[in-house]
Design a binder for this molecule. Structure first.
Ligand SMILES: [Zn+2]
Length: 202
C-alpha cells in the first residue's frame, strides 16, 4: 500500500468511487458529459482550447501555481515538462480525446501516472497522481475533459511535494515512447487568476 493513497480511497470523483491503484472497482470509461462530484462540489472540466492549444490539465484552486521549469536540470537529463503545484485530490483531466496508452504503477520518480495519446497527434504525460479514476485502463478511449485521476505526490522525494508533472510531446511517426517533449507553457490555456512563476532554467 502506498502512503497517501488510502487518504482518497472512498472519495467520489466523476460519479465513480476512487480507489487506489490496486483497487478493483471497474465501472467503465469516464464520460465528460457526466457531471463529476468531489467533496460535494462540481468538478468543472476546462474549456475546449482553440486549435493547436492545450487545455489546463487540472482543476485549479486559488492557490494553484505553475512553474515555468521545462528544460530545468535534473540529475540525469533535462526536465521534460512543467510542474503545476496545487492541492492533493484536485481533478486531473484528459486534455484531448484519445487513448490511454501507458499507466505508471508507482514507477520510479513518475509515481502513479498516465500517458495519453491524443487524437491531435500529441502525447501527454501526467505524473505523481494520488489516485486513478476506476474504469480507465490501458487502451481505454477517453474524451476531452474526462477526469483521469487526482493530483498527488507519488514518486516524489517528499509526500508534501504535491504537484502535477505535465508533459506535452510531439509524436512524429513513432510510438509514444519515441515522442519528443516540447515546452507546454507557451501552448497552455492557463486559467485567469492562476499564477505562473518566473522561468527556472539551468
Ligand atoms: Zn516535473
Amino acid at each position: 500500500m502506498v502512503a497517501g493513497f488510502a487518504a482518497v480511497a472512498g472519495g467520489l470523483l466523476g460519479g465513480r468511487a476512487l480507489v487506489g491503484a490496486i483497487g478493483t472497482s471497474v465501472t467503465g470509461p469516464a464520460e465528460a458529459s457526466t457531471p463529476a462530484v468531489r467533496r460535494g462540489m462540481a468538478v468543472l472540466p476546462p474549456p475546449s482550447p482553440p486549435a493547436g492549444r492545450v487545455a489546463f490539465p487540472l482543476e485549479p484552486t486559488s492557490d494553484c501555481y505553475v512553474l515555468d521549469n521545462f528544460g530545468d536540470c535534473r540529475s540525469s537529463r533535462l526536465h521534460e515538462g512543467i510542474d503545476i503545484i496545487d492541492a492533493r485530490g484536485q481533478a486531473v483531466f484528459a486534455v484531448q480525446s484519445g487513448v490511454m496508452v501507458h499507466r505508471y504503477e508507482n514507477t520510479g520518480t513518475a509515481g502513479f501516472g498516465w500517458i495519453l495519446r491524443g487524437d491531435d497527434g500529441r502525447v501527454y504525460r501526467f505524473f505523481h497522481l494520488d489516485a486513478f479514476t476506476p474504469g480507465i485502463e490501458v487502451g481505454t478511449r477517453v474524451a476531452f475533459g474526462d477526469v483521469i485521476g487526482t493530483v498527488g505526490s507519488t514518486g516524489n522525494d517528499s509526500p508534501s511535494n504535491v504537484h502535477l508533472h505535465f508533459e506535452v510531446r510531439t509524436l512524429g511517426s513513432g510510438t509514444h515512447w519515441q515522442s519528443v517533449p516540447v515546452d507546454p507553457l507557451p501552448l497552455l490555456e492557463v486559467p485567469s487568476g492562476t499564477r505562473v512563476g518566473p522561468p527556472l532554467r539551468c
